[in-house]
Design a protein around this ligand. Sequence first.
Ligand code: GTP
Ligand code: MG
Length: 221
Amino acid sequence: MSRAPEGINFSASEIEAARKLFAGPVAFLLGAAGLDQLPPPDVPEVAFAGRSNVGKSSLLNALVGRRALARTSNTPGRTRQVNFFGLGPQAAPFLYLADLPGYGYARAAKSEIAAWTALVEAYLKGRPNLRRVMLLIDARHRIKPSDLRIMKMLDAAAVNYQIVLTKIDKLKAADHHGAAKWALEDSKSMIARHPEILATSAIKGWGIEELRATVAALAAG
Ligand SMILES: Nc1nc2c(ncn2[C@@H]2O[C@H](COP(=O)(O)OP(=O)(O)OP(=O)(O)O)[C@@H](O)[C@H]2O)c(=O)[nH]1
Ligand SMILES: [Mg+2]
């Protein structure tokens, strides 16, 4: 069984229930390039946001246990639309997962940044079924101004969000605890931030059970 370096404690039955939930069908629903293309807000939704290349698509794939559901790449800034995945029977999914385009890509054109900002801000502010935004932060880097900007936007819109550290396998084991500590420290003034930080590695499978249990609780609650 995989262990999270910074475990949040779920009971064995919660972990098992979440595993079962995510073992069922999951399918790509649609990619929305504009607000008029979003799926109807009829079931709970959890979104994955973060800087370009932070590992959003990889974490989504690990979460649903499918290798290539969400496209991953070595080319930063590849995901340009909000990609939606439906969990459960295709005709009646019970949860949507939203893969947001990454921000903070240094080589992006100004017009692209403006388009990203418009789409993501409008989506985050106006999505009534959005239960939580998982805000992914590369465990090797500290929280950047662009991360704080999106946290402030979420605070202002009263959208609940949780910091999820990614690529924890790239740190020495001795540094795992420190990464969660600085992430808390760097974001302590944020209001709507969930107090617990999840530490994950999509490649090693670390923290994935806990992430599943967290998302399962949001789908149910
Ligand atoms: N070592 C390690 N590498 C990872 C992990 N997760 C993702 N990566 C790598 O990081 C790169 C980017 O991963 P993606 O999942 O495509 O990142 P993304 O955030 O979806 O990127 P954009 O959609 O372009 O913003 C890929 O080369 C992945 O293989 C992880 O847990 N550990
Ligand atoms: Mg992606």
